[in-house]
Design a protein around this ligand. Structure first.
Ligand code: ZN
Length: 179
């Protein structure tokens, strides 16, 4: 591991502490009744070595997806993106969220009130930075996506999946049916 990379990661961690500044002060983690517990990164369908991930991903993607960093708010490419389609995991292509469930939470990160399918995302209690948050990860590759909070739209699920743009890719819905 080289030093410049460690510096970058350190910065990302500092940025991560701003995540709960989203919209409300509600930092209560969502109840973990439906949480799939995982103890090891080796349990994922797509298990690559750290070196392989580093080769495949951009430095920004690696810092967020593999090292649980957080992009700066209002900088992500999907923060203000509302085309119809499906948001996928940037690391493995797993389909995660539908555009119809995206909403403007005003917090600077893409926000969804529902996962495309509950089996697509793993939730894990995150006690870092002195907070109790529920981390969300891609169930297929273990890539860090962001956190889920319980301050989402009350007329929907009441949940807010707060996701880093850098963890996502987008498949536009079009009339030809191609992906
Ligand atoms: Zn993935």
């Amino acid at each position: 591991m080289n030093l410049p990379f460690l510096k970058t990661f350190g910065l990302m961690l500092i940025i991560a502490s701003s995540l709960v500044a989203c919209k409300t002060n509600n930092t209560n983690a969502v109840s973990d009744t439906s949480t799939t517990k995982i103890d090891s990164m080796n349990t994922f369908e797509i298990a690559k070595t750290d070196e392989d991930w580093r080769k495949q991903l951009t430095p920004e993607q690696y810092a967020v997806l593999r090292q649980k960093g957080t992009e700066r708010p209002f900088t992500g490419k999907f923060e203000d993106h509302y085309e119809p389609g499906i948001y996928t995991c940037a690391a493995c292509g797993n389909e995660l969220f539908q555009s119809a469930t995206k909403f403007d939470a005003g917090c600077g990160w893409p926000s969804f009130y529902e996962a495309l399918d509950k089996t697509k995302i793993i939730e894990k209690l995150d006690k870092s930075h002195g907070m109790m948050r529920m981390e969300i990860m891609c169930a297929k590759c273990g890539g860090h996506l962001g956190h889920v909070f319980n301050d989402g739209p009350q007329d929907k699920t009441g949940l807010r999946y707060c996701v880093n743009s850098v963890s996502l890719d987008f498949k536009k819905k079009d009339s030809t049916g191609t992906k």
